[in-house]
Design a protein around this ligand. Structure first.
Ligand code: MLT
Length: 313
């Protein structure tokens, strides 16, 4: 019998699929790194989202591991070279939470524009202040999208339907695709200079690590608002805090963080209650997205394990 560890939260439907296929399943989201490293050698398969780090240290201990399923997009928490060295098959489920991430981005942009979370919080504290929570419309504003791929292109369409002018930077996109979306592709710097809103939709790579830092905030409009529902490390958090402190930009809506979980001790953005909206990596956290990625990840793990791939070297 194969043993599978599910080390981040996934939907019950995925766990049911594993069990119905005869797998022994340990569902342990939130376990400590120590416990994870102590027990990883027991497993033939692992399903993770973004919280579990499968680095060289972990993979060297994973003596039986044959497959890693990433329930979500990207591989930034998995050392792919090391996994390959050990003959471990790694896959992700990139499409299952696209719409949820897109919709969360739109929600963050509108919340940021209309101070919805702050006004809600105030009202729950018995404070009625219509003047303080004066907002701005997004219609007629310029949205700069960094990364016009699966998520970015869908954000573009929705923003256009709100009457926004959309511009983008994406060095990897075929110009015809951008043309079809009616989105001009511009140099990175120009997007930052022109945008009223800048939203990131890039994977985390060496190229995109801290893609927004001091230099970039310095060239944005003072009225600019930044949205990040992609990867926390794409923004230099300290530089963002300084940009807000020095009024180089107006606000930010941040779903993903350099250090997760966010605590007062590790995040300087928490002090900007009126100008920064923060959510706890919720972009892909909807019933629909969780079902999609969990079902696909579980089916794939079963299929890999049952196909009797050769043992890891
Ligand atoms: C993703 O990359 O698909 C998400 O960030 C995964 C998650 O929600 O943990």
């Amino acid at each position: 019998m194969y043993k599978v560890l599910v080390s981040d939260n996934i939907a019950q439907k995925g766990i049911d699929i594993l069990k119905e296929a005869g797998m022994e399943v340990d569902f342990k989201p939130g376990q400590s790194r120590e416990e994870f490293l102590e027990t990883i050698a027991e497993y033939d398969g692992i399903i993770v989202r973004s919280m579990t780090l499968l680095d060289a240290e972990a993979l060297n201990k994973a003596k039986k591991l044959k497959v890693i399923g990433r329930a979500g997009t990207g591989y930034d928490n998995i050392d792919l070279d090391e996994a390959t060295k050990h003959g471990i098959f790694v896959f992700n489920t990139p499409t299952g939470n696209t719409i949820s991430a897109v919709e969360h981005t739109m929600g963050m942009m509108l919340s940021l524009s209309r101070n919805i979370p702050q006004a809600n919080q105030a009202l729950h504290n018995d404070i009625w202040d219509r003047k303080k929570y004066m907002g701005v419309e997004v219609k007629g504003k310029t949205l700069g999208i960094i990364g016009l791929g699966r998520i970015g292109s869908r954000v573009a369409k929705r923003a256009q339907s709100f009457g926004m002018k959309v511009i983008a930077n994406d060095p990897y996109l075929a110009p015809q695709k951008a043309e079809k979306l009616n989105v001009p592709l511009l140099p990175f710097k120009e997007v930052l200079e022109k945008a009223d809103y800048v939203t990131l939709h890039t994977p985390l790579t060496d190229e995109t690590y801290h893609i927004l830092s001091h230099k970039e905030f310095a060239i944005m409009k003072k009225s600019a608002r930044v949205i990040n529902c992609a990867r926390g490390q794409n923004i230099d958090t300290k530089a963002l805090a300084e940009a807000l402190e020095n009024d180089k930009i107006t606000g930010a809506a941040i779903d993903v963080h350099e250090e997760e979980p966010v605590k007062a001790s590790n995040n300087p953005l928490l002090k900007f209650q009126d100008r920064v909206i923060m959510t706890c990596h919720l972009g892909g956290t909807t019933t629909e997205a969780m079902d999609n990625v969990s079902i696909t990840a579980a089916e794939e793990v079963v299929s890999v394990l049952q196909s009797n791939l050769p043992e890891s070297p």
